[in-house]
Design a protein around this ligand. Structure first.
Ligand SMILES: [Zn+2]
Length: 223
């Protein structure tokens, strides 16, 4: 198979399932964000099956045209393998979250997170080749079209690219309740606070308004 081996997608910010969005600015962080409210008693999981994983990748245009169908059929026909890929996807996601949540909190990623990322990155790199393109060359993915774990390759390389970025990056963690999504703050003054202003930002605003109203009502009651 041959397809473009990039991690940049042309149409971000589309929901795969309700509340699953591609708005973090990096594929690996979007993937980490498929689990919301990690600190909650009941975190919200967006990827429960191998088919969910493929649907997420399809929506994020992680896979080449027509590839999702092949993988969906492969996952349905090879259930055990599909479950293994899903388990590997969760391991990759946990390592990504561990590394970048630390950075969002002002700490370097721990060695363990990097160690857990490395096998995924090596595997992805093994399937990438340079091919002539335009006036130069471009990375292309190589491997059988039905290889189920190809969905993990761009995610792993996105994490590697972000960790080795030559210019400084600002990773943030959304403080919204039941959120905790990670994202890249690319604003000039580092002012991006929420994963999405229209969701977490507005919720926070509504909560502040409610608290003020309650306080005012109490004051009227006491007065
Ligand atoms: Zn949020």
């Amino acid at each position: 198979m041959t397809m473009e081996a990039g991690t940049a997608r042309s149409a971000p910010s589309r929901a795969a399932t309700p509340h699953t969005k591609f708005l973090s600015g990096a594929l690996c962080l979007d993937f980490a964000n498929t689990l919301s409210g990690r600190m909650d008693e009941a975190p919200v999981e967006r990827i429960e099956t191998h088919a969910d994983l493929i649907a997420w990748a399809e929506t994020g245009r992680v896979l080449a045209e027509g590839r999702a169908e092949i993988l969906r059929a492969g996952g349905a026909g090879r259930r055990a393998e599909g479950s293994t890929i899903l388990a590997r996807a969760f391991a990759l996601r946990a390592a990504i979250h561990c590394a970048f949540a630390a950075m969002a909190r002002g700490r370097p990623p721990v060695q363990g997170a990097i160690d857990r990322l490395n096998p995924f990155v090596l595997e992805a790199a093994r399937h990438r080749r340079l091919e002539p393109a335009g006036g130069g060359a471009a990375w292309r993915w190589h491997g059988p079209a039905e290889t189920l774990d190809q969905v993990l390759w761009p995610i792993a390389l996105s994490a590697a690219d972000l960790l080795t970025a030559s210019s400084p990056i600002r990773i943030k963690e959304c403080p919204g309740p039941h959120c905790g999504w990670l994202f890249l703050d690319r604003s000039k003054n580092g002012s991006r606070r929420w994963c999405e202003m229209a969701v977490c930002g507005n919720r926070a605003k509504a909560r502040r308004f409610k608290r003020r109203q309650n306080r005012e009502q109490q004051e009227v009651g006491n007065g």
